[in-house]
Design a protein around this ligand. Structure first.
Ligand code: PHE
Length: 451
């Protein structure tokens, strides 16, 4: 690494990096998206493919992306530019950085709208859900979606919250907050599981999620599950690269990636179990879509002892988890604007936030006023989600695997990773053959459906 590189602020310790990266990974993807995707994709078939993708594609790529960031010591585009130059490779590889910052912007726009739903529910939870019925829970969510001003209002609040932290610099702000909120979130999900065991149908939830049957794996499920593995680990969108650039030398990338993936997967599975236990106990529809957690959990809070306290606490913690993720979605593009065009951090965050906010308004309207407006048969929300999760993230992942596996100089990679020869060999071979083949086959598989 050239010694002229500007000194960047760094995390205070290895654990701090694990925490903030877990903070990026753990978010709405785990608590909102994983349960509803599991529900719409038939349960265990989706869970099975998702777990395989996390282990065989997600973890190796998490290591690769962290490594690129630490080696590059800059925003995703700047980092790619440096590592590409160092490898003497074609500048076209820098596209990895651009796909990332662009994708992060797109995700941020709908992420903020969904986080707005949670804010709305957090507010409502203070007056309690006592006496709420199944029908009322469904109607309440439908009413929220039908109200553009409420959606846009909460979306605005959430975007401002995100911008405030990113404007003050990520390394100081989020580190401290993460240390308290992440363990608290974990504790409250454990409490929901306990509720599921004693007061709801945990046995049915376990059966739904873990009764693996390879024969039940449908084509569309495979791409959805792979896309979700990327989404939940924050892969390919520059977030991990940006955070990796603040990581100290000498920290084991493999170990940290492993802890992050473990925590992320654990939270998702637990959230899924807690929610499906309620779904089956209440006779709700598992495949009811993006509103699933908001149509189920309030019923549990209405009935469980202490629900008046657990409810608000839960929603606040989910907002926090979403917040630490959205920060990591805003940081890559902002860092790019700062480092590439010399903007002040405030100006960069303001500009990036404004674009994401405007796009988010279109997302909010796609649930009501603009619900008839479709591109390629998809509304704006679905379109942004599909483009990023099913196309841009796997594509960026594929390119990262190929770049690290085939293009980078092996001794540079070895220097950065500090692995044993055997470990390095296995990991590099996964990146060279395993991940590209898996991602490629899944893409082809799906194209087969369409074509
Ligand atoms: N991983 C985050 C979640 O599960 C979302 C995210 C995606 C964050 C991509 C950063 C980059 O909620």
């Amino acid at each position: 690494m050239d010694s002229t590189a500007v000194a960047r602020s760094h995390w205070s310790s290895r654990w701090a990096f694990v925490l903030v990266t877990a903070g990026s990974a753990i978010g709405l993807g785990n608590i909102w998206k994983f349960p509803y995707m599991t529900g719409t994709n038939g349960g265990s078939a989706f869970v099975l493919v998702y777990l395989l993708c996390i282990a065989f594609i997600g973890v190796p790529l998490l290591m690769a992306e962290t490594m690129l960031g630490r080696r590059g010591q800059a925003n995703p585009v700047g980092s790619m530019r440096r590592v590409v130059a160092e490898a003497g490779a074609h500048p076209g590889w820098i596209a990895i950085g651009f796909i990332g910052i662009l994708g992060a912007l797109m995700i941020l726009s709908f992420y903020s709208v969904v986080a707005g739903w949670i804010l709305d529910y957090a507010m409502r939870s203070f007056s309690g859900f006592a006496g709420l019925t199944k029908a009322e829970a469904g109607a309440a969510f439908a009413a929220l979606l039908a109200d553009p001003l409420r959606l846009i209002g909460w979306h605005t609040v959430f975007m401002i919250l995100t911008a405030l932290v990113v404007a003050s610099g990520v390394t100081s702000g989020i580190e401290r907050a993460n240390k308290i909120m992440m363990p608290a979130l974990f504790a409250i999900i454990v409490a929901l599981i306990v509720y599921g065991i004693f007061a709801a149908d945990m046995a049915a939830a376990v059966r739904f999620m873990f009764h693996f049957d390879f024969g039940a794996v449908r084509r569309e499920v495979v791409l959805s599950a792979m896309g979700h593995a990327f989404f939940t680990l924050s892969l390919g969108m520059g977030a991990i690269m940006a955070y990796g650039s603040y990581l100290d030398r000498g920290t084991s990338i493999m170990r940290t990636a492993f802890y992050v993936a473990l925590a992320d997967t654990g939270i998702a599975l637990m959230a899924g179990l807690a929610i499906f236990a309620i779904v089956f106990a209440q006779g709700l529809e598992p495949a009811s879509g993006p509103g699933l957690i908001l149509q189920t959990l309030p019923l549990a809070f209405a009935q469980m002892p202490g629900g008046a306290v657990v409810g608000p606490l839960f929603f606040i913690l989910v907002i926090f988890a979403a917040w630490t993720s959205s920060i990591s979605l805003m940081e890559p593009f902002a860092a790019f604007l700062i480092e590439r065009f010399g903007l002040s951090r405030r100006a960069a965050v303001g500009g990036m936030g404004l674009v994401a906010w405007l796009l988010g308004i279109a997302v909010a309207l796609s649930f009501n006023e603009w619900s008839g407006f479709k591109i390629l048969g998809l509304g704006i929300f679905d379109l942004l989600d599909t483009l990023t999760t099913k196309i841009m993230m796997p594509l960026a992942g594929l390119l990262i695997a190929l770049f690290v596996g085939w293009v980078m100089r092996r001794h540079h990679v070895a220097e950065e990773m500090g692995l044993s020869v055997a470990q390095l060999g296995i990991w590099l071979n996964v990146l060279r053959f395993g991940s590209p083949l898996a991602i490629g086959l899944i893409f082809l598989h799906v194209v087969g459906v369409i074509g």
